[in-house]
Design a binder for this molecule. Structure first.
Ligand code: GLU
Length: 290
């Protein structure tokens, strides 16, 4: 029998904090208890925010915590071609369209609709307004001309085309600490026409995570509840690309004393700072309940 494959997939855009430590330790704990393998993946598609020193710090912090992972570590930025290949499949299926809108233009279009209807415009699970569809039906000639002239564009999933191609329900199985599995209904449509290839990189978080989990043979995804809604979209992409759907476990988030989610952007205390203040790996494990 093949062993279960787990992965911890941090982005090197800041120092790791207790929330990352929890996710990494939980993956390692599951891998040990399920007699599985543990992989590490560096999610560095955002080449403007990811930095080599943060990547080096990830290895340092995880080794300090006592974690071991298999080599080589997959770096997403070295595998854009795999995402390009997946994107070509989506394009071939006719379920994507280019979008030339800036964030500002989308915000303006949404504000206009809200003023016109007096109703608030629907948001995706991350709180961003659903795409109002400005570029959904541009004439082919216009699209070709704008792309040929080098106008920056993202690619979006075409929700209407997807619903026609994949009618019916979508879902996945989640597993708990005892390995019990339970079926979950997924609602990918709540993401609207999600961006699947960004303007600044040949992929997106959603596309690369799905492609890489499949290429690395990941069978069990353990990640925070903040990514639970994204799984709904990932399941849809797996179906479209003919990839297997792993089992999922979305864990609770480590919160600060005010109850807010820890985040690199809010200067949450990093593992390095805790270490410098005298904390031992054992203290961290205990604090996180391991
Ligand atoms: N790279 C993501 C993060 O650091 C995690 C992605 C995932 O586990 O699917 O939040």
């Amino acid at each position: 029998m093949t062993k279960p494959v787990f992965r911890f997939a941090p982005s090197p855009n800041g120092r790791l904090h207790l929330g990352h430590a929890y996710s990494a330790l939980l993956n390692a704990d599951f891998a040990r208890r399920f007699d599985g393998r543990l992989l590490l993946r560096i999610e560095d598609i955002d080449t403007t925010r990811c930095r080599p020193e943060f990547e080096a710090a990830i290895y340092e912090d995880l080794a300090w915590l006592g974690l071991q992972w298999e080599e080589p570590v997959r770096r997403q930025s070295e595998h854009f071609d795999d995402c390009r290949a997946a994107f070509r499949i989506l394009k071939g299926r006719g379920v994507v369209y280019p979008c030339f809108c800036s964030r500002k233009e989308i915000a303006e279009a949404v504000a206009f609709r809200e003023a016109e209807t007096g109703k608030s415009w629907p948001r995706d699970p991350d709180g961003a307004p659903l795409y109002p569809g400005t570029c959904r039906h541009l004439p082919v000639g216009d699209i070709e001309r704008r792309i040929a002239s080098g106008e920056p564009h993202a690619w979006r999933l075409d929700g209407a085309a997807l619903k026609r191609q994949l009618p019916g329900s979508h879902g996945y199985s989640r597993f708990d600490h005892n390995g019990r599995e339970e079926r979950v209904v997924a609602d990918p449509w709540r993401w609207g026409d999600a961006v699947i290839v960004r303007k600044d990189t040949p992929t997106s978080y959603h596309l690369s995570v799905v492609v890489d989990d499949a290429l690395q043979g990941v069978t069990h995804v353990v990640r925070g509840q903040d990514l639970e809604a994204a799984t709904d979209l990932h399941v849809l992409l797996q179906t479209l690309l003919g990839l297997p759907t792993p089992l999922y476990h979305h864990h609770g988030l480590v919160r600060d004393p005010e109850g807010d989610k820890l985040a690199k952007s809010c200067q949450s205390q990093s593992l390095a700072e805790l270490r410098e203040a005298g904390a031992s790996p054992r203290d961290i494990r205990q604090r996180l309940g391991f």
